[in-house]
Design a protein around this ligand. Structure first.
Ligand code: LLP
Length: 416
């Protein structure tokens, strides 16, 4: 459930009319709902009951520091993939002791920074990375807490670009080799083996791939224990899908945990989970204004002021996100492709949408809170959109719209 709904014929975020936000802050503009973000975070946290656990919000989904700060206040952990994301977590007041560091290409400087601030665990994705972390930790006179990201070779049945748990994917180490690599890690002087990590993909709408992966991870934990390596936590990654369109059913965090905990063996571990999309996606919308209607015999286009540089999911994954009018009109609809001003045929936000719209109208692209702004670019020298957060009756600008000066900062011409 989210807090974007029509009241008195106008779309609202909590108690604020979206049209008022667009008037005050311009378009395109990302609008987030605090109540929705917190509700979704609590849904994960509460799903564990008394089980020791840590919700590590996946920062990549939406890394605005206002959002990270809300979760930090709730005591959240964070899943990061770069020194940049670590910096955001720290500036947002997040506890470094609740940070897990994922990603296949951690640089030595990033590892050093993470050790300096004392993160909870490195999710290690290769043998070469083990050597690197061991070396950096040794240099600093520290012991690095690690888990191996294992690739359980299960099919997440999601879009190939966001599926990560198959053996042909670049992520993690093959589970068949995990024992051998764990033994190697356990023998390294500057590493402390604390967990097993697994993340099989994103936007999963069925629970069986998670269950299959979990069975393989639990079996591995048992084999490791037989060899004298006792892990403290299991990190089950992120990946729980959300409802992007009417009729699509996504399991709730409570359903998900209930299913996982049908295997009682899970109870002996602290469980980490790394949700991104399931927390942030439906807590945000992208608001855009219709610039022109272009009516042709073959097709109607609505040219709007948001583009693929603002929201790339439709172009990159053929993702379908709902597009709704901010102030619906009575009467007949027509069918439009909703396209941006960028010079690419792939620049669309939605295709064949039935809408009754005119130039100057506002549209909202729903489910844009995750992998929206964080994947935005400046392609076509387009400043990135403003981001605002609604909290009850109040609107806070949590990121100013970029200016052309922001965009050109750091560039220079050759001397004359
Ligand atoms: N943990 C790890 C190690 C990950 O790689 C990811 C996402 C997550 C957690 C969070 O997954 P989530 O709960 O959000 O599914 N840009 C794509 C999604 C890429 C996901 C990358 N990894 C999209 O817009 O659909």
């Amino acid at each position: 459930m989210d807090h974007f709904e029509y009241r008195n014929g106008q779309l609202h975020a909590e108690n604020v009319a979206i049209a008022d936000i667009a008037r005050a802050h311009g378009t395109p503009c990302y609008v987030y709902s605090r109540a929705t973000l917190e509700r979704h975070w609590h849904a994960f946290n509460d799903a564990f009951g008394a089980q020791p656990h840590l919700v590590c919000y996946a920062v990549k989904a939406n890394s605005n520091i206002a959002i990270l700060n809300l979760f930090a206040r709730l005591g959240s952990g964070f899943d990061i993939v770069s020194a940049g994301e670590l910096e955001r977590v720290l500036r947002a007041g997040g506890d470094p002791g609740k940070v897990v560091f994922s990603g296949v290409g951690k640089k030595s400087a990033e590892i050093r920074k993470a050790l300096e601030v004392g993160i909870r665990c490195f999710n290690v994705e290769s043998e070469a990375e083990l050597d690197r972390i061991n070396a950096v930790a040794g240099d600093m006179g520290k012991i690095a807490p690690i888990s191996l990201r294992v690739n359980p070779d299960v099919d997440a049945q999601t879009h190939p670009y966001i599926s990560t748990g198959l053996k042909e994917n670049k992520f993690g180490v093959e589970i068949s080799r995990a024992e051998e690599i764990y033994l190697k890690a356990a023998a390294m002087p500057h590493l402390n083996v604390v967990g097993i990590d697994c993340h099989i993909g994103s936007q999963l709408l069925t629970l069986s791939p998670f269950m299959d992966a979990l069975q393989r991870v639990l079996a591995l934990a048992e084999r490791l224990a037989a060899q004298g390596i006792n892990v403290h936590h299991l990190d089950i990654g992120g990946g729980l899908g959300v409802r992007y369109r009417e009729g699509q059913e996504a399991p709730s965090p409570a359903d998900y945990m209930a299913q996982l905990f049908t295997d009682e063996r899970l109870r002996q571990y602290e469980i980490f989970v790394e949700p991104g999309r399931a927390i942030a996606a439906n807590a945000g919308i992208l608001v855009t204004e219709v610039e022109f209607l272009k009516l042709a015999e073959y097709k109607n286009f609505a040219v709007v002021d948001a583009a693929m540089n603002d929201l790339i999911r439709p172009a990159l994954y053929s993702a379908w996100q709902e597009i709704i009018p901010v102030i619906p009109r009575e009467g007949e609809t027509a069918t439009y492709d909703i396209v941006g001003p960028v010079c690419e045929t792939g620049d669309f936000l939605g295709k064949e949408r039935d809408l009754n719209i005119q130039a100057g109208d506002l549209l909202a692209v729903r489910s844009s809170g995750a992998y929206g702004f964080t994947m935005a670019s400046n392609y076509n020298t387009r400043p990135r959109a403003a981001e605002v957060m609604v909290d009850g009756d109040t609107v806070y600008v949590v990121r100013l719209r970029e200016t052309l000066d922001d965009l050109l900062r750091g560039e220079s011409v050759l001397p004359a």
